[in-house]
Design a protein around this ligand. Structure first.
Ligand code: 4AD
Ligand code: MG
Length: 458
């Protein structure tokens, strides 16, 4: 259908001045008076609406009336003209209504609460807020691919259905085609009779398969959906979220931390260039100081502290935490946020966590207590990256699995990577939605996903 995107009209406006153009879109608002009417039209390509000016002696009433309806979908032909207030606008010559919109359309008002909009996920892309969110989401995804492509990584697609639980936290969704029937005597028998002849679930992370790919391709990244049946009903947890997981051979913890910092700075910078209007919108509507924050993240070095030092800092903070801080226990969100928001006031890598609170695959440090792992914490959110050097020694890896009572027979392929030409290698996982939250200031992960999947709600 011949028409011009509103974004293009605003961008290359001078070229279109005085010309006849066709635009398509939805009516966001309208005003009417005796001789003139105005429509704010949005087609989803630009955050800004195009103002349509309808002089009633030029367009018939039968065309104008059905178009003065919030939510109606229109095709409009008119002359593109300069405007003192809006930069550009359109002087309308004819209107065709694609689809009318009855009065029960839920987006009648200009402003709606985010809570209300969560009840209509199918309609919220028609609001400015979600247009801005999805523009940033798109730009971030593009920036991520640009970074890895420009640095020689191969994009691999790891399976979504898998038999191995990477994080080992028992948070896998089961994949099955049948229910438990009385005739099964054991769990094994039950799984053997299922579609894959084995226990299967939705992946919590593409890392293990990513490691196998990196062992031949050198450096890879995944970027796909991951699933966790966590019962954490928080503003930062989703049951279905996207993860970016690079895996790099011949790379130790120190090297991967440098890569992670360079990567985060690159994608923020890229989004700042790609989405200035959207970020200005979030600065105004969601987080004062957002642009300054992003600029300073790009320009300054991230903090670095060991877990052991962080525990000391927290103990000396004089803060009343809900969860006590002891060496050996996991850092809670309140601890993470104190470190990054109050102590460092910038993103910080916490390194060398106790082995007992981290996953089996992390490289064991010489002290026998900690692992070569790091979490990147950022103000406002807490953890956005989980990262580690991987244990490359077959025997050490097996013993870490044995301590955790993991079934070695389910991981024979993974263990082969340590048997055949093992190398030092490292990787990390960035939570895509948490990154969107950080870049936009959006407070709830449910507002970064088209259809958020969280515990208790589809
Ligand atoms: O720290 P996690 O569990 O690490 C891994 O899965 C590793 N296999 C990554 C790797 O080394 N390749 O998860 C990585 C990140 C977290 O830092 C967080 O940003 C995000 O994924 N994440 C979630 N985001 C939204 N909802 C959830 N339920 C999340 N769980 C983790
Ligand atoms: Mg983690």
């Amino acid at each position: 259908m011949q028409h011009t995107d509103i974004k293009v009209l605003f961008k290359d406006g001078a070229e279109y001045i005085g010309k006849q153009v066709t635009v398509c879109g939805w009516v966001r608002t309208w005003r009417d008076s005796k001789s003139i009417a105005f429509i704010e039209l949005n087609d989803g390509t630009a955050l800004k609406n195009l103002q349509l000016v309808i002089e009633k002696d030029k367009v018939s009433d039968s065309e104008v009336k059905p178009a003065l309806v919030v939510g109606a979908a229109l095709k409009v032909i008119g002359k593109f003209i300069p405007s003192e207030r809006n930069g550009y606008e359109m002087s309308v010559q004819s209107i065709e209504v694609f689809g009318g919109c009855p009065a029960d359309y839920p987006l009648q008002k200009k402003h709606h609460t985010l809570e209300f909009l969560r009840t209509i996920p199918h309609l919220r892309p028609r609001t400015r807020f979600f247009e801005a969110v999805f523009a940033v989401r798109n730009a971030l995804a593009f920036a991520i691919h640009k970074y890895f492509n420009g640095n020689g990584y191969k994009y691999v697609h790891t399976p979504i259905i898998t038999g191995s639980d990477c994080e080992g936290a028992g948070e896998m969704f089961r994949v099955t085609t049948h229910g438990w029937k009385g005739q099964y005597k054991t769990e094994q028998e039950y799984y053997a009779d299922d579609f894959f002849g084995a226990k299967a679930g939705l992946t919590v992370s593409g890392q293990l398969e990513g490691e196998c790919a990196a062992m031949g391709l050198g450096k890879i990244y995944t970027f796909g959906p991951t699933f966790r049946a966590e019962h954490s009903n928080t503003t930062r947890h989703a049951a279905e979220f996207w993860q970016i997981e690079p895996e790099v051979c011949f790379c130790d913890l120190h090297d991967i931390i440098e890569i992670a910092e360079d990567f985060i700075k690159f994608i923020i910078k890229d989004v700042m260039e790609a989405c200035p209007e959207e970020l200005a919108f979030f600065e105004e509507r969601v987080e004062k100081g957002l642009l300054e924050k992003l600029k300073s993240v790009v320009e300054s070095d991230f903090g670095k502290i060991t877990y052991t030092e962080a525990v000391e800092v927290l103990k000396k903070s004089g803060k009343e935490f809900k969860y006590p801080v002891e060496w050996g226990s996991d850092l809670q969100t309140e601890h993470e946020r104190y470190l990054t928001e109050e102590y460092f006031k910038k993103p910080v890598f916490v390194t060398d966590y106790p082995a007992s609170i981290k996953a089996f695959y992390m490289k064991q440090n010489k002290d026998g207590k900690t692992v070569a792992a790091t979490d990147l914490l950022v103000p406002g959110i807490g953890e956005i990256i989980g990262c580690s050097e991987r244990e490359a020694d077959l025997e050490k890896l097996k013993s870490a699995m044995a301590i955790r009572n993991m079934p070695l027979e389910s991981y024979t392929e993974y263990l082969d990577t340590r048997k055949y030409g093992s190398v030092p290698h490292s990787g990390f996982g960035l939570g895509f939605e948490r990154m969107i939250m950080y870049v936009t200031g959006v407070q709830n992960i449910r507002d970064t996903l088209l259809y958020p999947r969280t515990v208790g709600g589809l």
